[in-house]
Design a binder for this molecule. Sequence first.
Ligand code: ADP
Length: 290
Amino acid sequence: MTIYNLGSINADLVYRVPHLPAPGETISTTEISKGLGGKGANMSVAAARAAARVVHIGAVGPDGAWAVDRLMEYGVDTRRIATLPEMTGHAVIAVDDAGENTILLHGGANTALREADLAEALEPSREGDFFLFQNETTCQREAAEIASRQGLRVAYAAAPFDAAAVQAVMPLLDLLVLNSVEGAQLEEATGLAPEALPVRDVVVTLGADGCRWIETDSGTSRHFPAIPVVPVDTTGAGDTFTGYLLAGLDRGLPMAQALVLAQRAAALMVTRHGTADVIPDLKEVQDLRF
Ligand code: ADP
């Protein structure tokens, strides 16, 4: 089957600085690195590295050919990525010697996507394929409606969290993935605990505590402990988790097995610095000993 992922594509520009700049201050950077990022791209790479067939739906600007090439090198089908006049989305990240950071995020082409750009993006999907999305692009609801009508299984990773955005798509969802902070924010906004949400499967990730799977039909909740590792950088853990989870489900694994696979991949990810470019592949995940 296929995973159609509507999601952001960013350049992560990481600048090393002796200290974070104060208002009005100019400082020189000591190092720069440019990597592929964006929750959407990260999840597409993770699912592709987990051996799933992934079609990425999204947009870059005229400066984004390198990002599309890199997604392709990781095995993602990039033919539904539009090139728009706006700049490619990017994050300008300053990291100081103490590891503190500040981040400027510019949505760029990710937030310039229009419904017309999506017109054929979900063709020729088939019943049972997955449609995955996050909250970093425009056209989320429109695309989820098309996907739902076409019989795709609709999965939403509700990040960055916005209560109104989740509520707008909730009736269309088969699977909702949230971290514990997002789960609490959603409960505060709706008054509904994860158990009471109108979504069949809800997965709440709990960082070093693992994750919880709630089957709302039966009201059962199962905890899955995390794989014990020594974390060095938790960036991209959630995105790797979700990409692997979807790939596992798409391959026909029962939810419990797909969650174990996702947690193995995410655990390996937190032992590495970086985002999309260091997401582990399936062999590394299967070979992980702990
Ligand atoms: P997010 O990155 O979206 O905030 P979490 O921090 O909850 O998400 O992490 C997602 C998943 O990554 C967790 O469910 C867990 O499987 C794995 N993970 C995160 N931190 C650790 C850790 N310190 N040790 C092992 N696994 C981790």
